[in-house]
Ligand binder design. Structure first.
Ligand SMILES: NC(=O)c1ccc[n+]([C@@H]2O[C@H](COP(=O)([O-])OP(=O)(O)OC[C@H]3O[C@@H](n4cnc5c(N)ncnc54)[C@H](O)[C@@H]3O)[C@@H](O)[C@H]2O)c1
Ligand SMILES: O=c1ccn([C@@H]2O[C@H](COP(=O)(O)OP(=O)(O)O[C@H]3O[C@H](CO)[C@@H](O)[C@H](O)[C@H]3O)[C@@H](O)[C@H]2O)c(=O)[nH]1
Length: 486
């Protein structure tokens, strides 16, 4: 029986390994992590991450051919194929700080593999890593290997949160990069055999290691670029009276462009896009490609601009101050159908409003109060380090001040508020009784829709002043400053 071990039981390691176990009953899969609470949660009825369909997949194979354990070393020693799916955050200090990928967790995983391995292993990069990482990993493994043969493969993951199970069950493609030697190609074939249990052959693409590593960064950069492109258009739409949804529809009808990923928003969030683009920028700079680096940097800059522009719309509409005003924040996750808040635009918007002394009342159906409070005080880029390694026990992790309240109900959040900011496109926000909400709010009552989930005309009929990203402006906002001053 082939034995797989995955180091890192997070948003990628957990679901991908669950899918492999589910589709390959003849393979034993063990997911290991240094975080005991995380592993305990994977072994419980309350999984550590919310992902539609994940519970059923895990339940159907857990303790049959899928196991979660903190006994990292013994399972690594035992495995034929080792996936490494640990965090690769943006560096916060030293060379490349604020851009380069921090490979601390990857390196420590590689050293541990070299130390405990007693038989030949295939080591698979599942984490998103800078191009050429496999070369560094190869060096760590071979210099410490005591004669054991390691083959490094790149097998980047393309799942999106909220749709992970469907993405894993029906991937557009699976990429496998390996060395072009007989041993390298044998390892590629072994990993291909795993995916071939359920992925059609023509969707399993093999290539050289560096192409596979770079394809992952390129895919995320190009996806994020589409969002920044439509968000840049949204600012122009607001200035001219065009409607960004109509523009996106017209543009997307061109089959060369396509309609996906053209939804204007308050900005993209999530653990990957910004981190991976900054990483790409750093790699370009290291290769002396300054113009290329600046090109990709602009994708992140437009995203920051879009978030700042949103805060500016809120403050300038509300008589240029939100000091002491209650503002309801509906949604905190970076997108619907996940409880993940990493790099969510809600953090920047909340911090912007708190900077102007607003009183926030936050509601999200999947994000806990503890998480929200921690996010509002965590320094930039620190969020992507395993919490148990970053936060010393007993140190303050939460925003204790009374300018932030977290509630379990959207109506409660909006009661007595001057304005509502919609930060996540949860379906339930489309179905709220806005008439009832309006009655309970201070007047004039504002809705700032960062995800274009409400119908502005219907809300205006109720009496709201409405801002929707990239839509024709409410007369109230027409003459107000559109962009943050630089
Ligand atoms: N989240 C996504 O949607 C997504 C999609 C594709 C790729 N990726 C990439 O996959 C990687 C993992 O992302 P994630 O979202 O799963 O992160 P995550 O933070 O959810 O999980 C990473 C896990 O690795 C564990 N870990 C760190 N160092 C370890 C070590 N030395 N030994 C054992 N466990 C260790 C941490 O405790 C944590 O539980 C990143 O490189 C990310 O860029 C993420
Ligand atoms: O038209 C769009 C599409 C997305 N978003 C926002 O963009 C962010 C990212 O969304 P999405 O890409 O759906 O989620 P992720 O889970 O971050 O997935 C991305 O990042 C993963 C990690 O690398 C990759 O594996 C996936 O392929 C890639 O889609 C979210 O804040 C979305 O709200 C928009 O604003 N407009």
């Amino acid at each position: 029986m082939v034995k797989i071990c995955c180091i890192g039981a997070g948003y990628v390691g957990g679901p991908t390994m669950a899918m492999i176990a589910f589709k390959c009953p003849d393979i034993q899969v063990v997911v290991v992590d240094i975080s005991a609470p995380r592993i305990n949660a994977w072994n419980s009825d309350r999984l550590p991450i919310f992902e539609p369909g994940l519970d059923d997949v895990v339940r159907s194979c857990r303790n049959n051919n899928l196991f979660f354990s903190t006994d990292v070393e013994s399972h690594v020693a035992d495995a034929d194929i080792i996936f490494v799916s640990v965090n690769t955050p943006t560096k916060t200090r030293g060379l490349g700080a604020g851009k380069a990928a921090d490979l601390t967790y990857w390196e420590s995983a590689a050293r541990m593999i070299a130390e405990v391995a007693k038989s030949d292993k295939i080591v698979v990069e599942k984490s998103t890593v800078p191009v050429k990482t496999a070369e560094a990993i190869e060096k760590i493994l071979t210099h410490n290997s005591r004669g054991i043969n390691f083959q490094i493969l790149s097998n980047p993951e393309f799942l999106a949160e909220g749709t992970a199970i469907d993405d894993l069950a029906n991937p557009d493609r699976v990429l496998i990069g390996g060395r072009e030697t007989p041993e390298g190609q044998k390892a590629v074939a072994a990993l291909k055999d795993v995916y071939a249990h359920w992925v059609p052959e023509d969707r399993i693409i093999t290539m050289n290691l560096w192409s596979a590593e770079l394809s992952k960064l390129a895919a995320n950069a190009i996806l994020a670029q589409r969002i920044s492109s439509i968000n840049a258009m949204s600012a122009l739409c607001e200035a001219t009276g065009a409607d960004v949804s109509e523009v996106a529809y017209a543009v997307g009808k061109d089959s060369r462009i396509g309609h996906k990923f053209l939804n204007a928003s308050v900005g993209f969030g999530g653990s990957c896009f910004q981190k991976d683009i900054l990483n790409l920028v750093y790699i370009c700079e290291c290769n002396g490609l300054i113009e290329v680096a600046n090109y990709w940097k602009q994708v992140v800059q437009i995203n920051d601009y879009q978030k700042a522009r949103f805060v500016n719309r809120v403050v300038s509409s509300m008589f240029n101050t939100v000091s002491g005003k209650k503002i309801a924040i509906l949604g905190f996750a970076f997108k619907k159908d996940t409880g993940d808040t990493r790099e969510t635009p809600a953090i920047d918007v909340c911090q912007g409003l708190l900077g102007d002394k607003a009183q926030l009342c936050i509601y999200d159906p999947q994000v806990t109060e503890e998480q929200i409070r921690r996010d509002l005080v965590t320094s930039k880029f620190d969020w992507d380090h395993p919490q148990h390694l970053v936060v010393p026990p007993g140190s303050p992790t939460s925003n204790k001040n009374d300018t932030v309240r977290v509630t379990g109900d959207a109506y409660e959040a909006a009661k007595g508020a001057h304005g509502i900011c919609i930060m996540t496109e949860w379906e339930e926000f489309k179905l709220l009784d806005y008439e009832r909400i309006y009655q309970g709010m201070e007047k004039p009552a504002f809705v700032f829709d960062g995800r274009n989930v409400v119908k502005p005309e219907e809300l205006r009929k109720i009496g709201f002043i409405v801002y929707s990203v990239g839509k024709p402006l409410d007369p109230w906002m027409k003459d107000l400053p559109a962009a943050p001053s630089t």
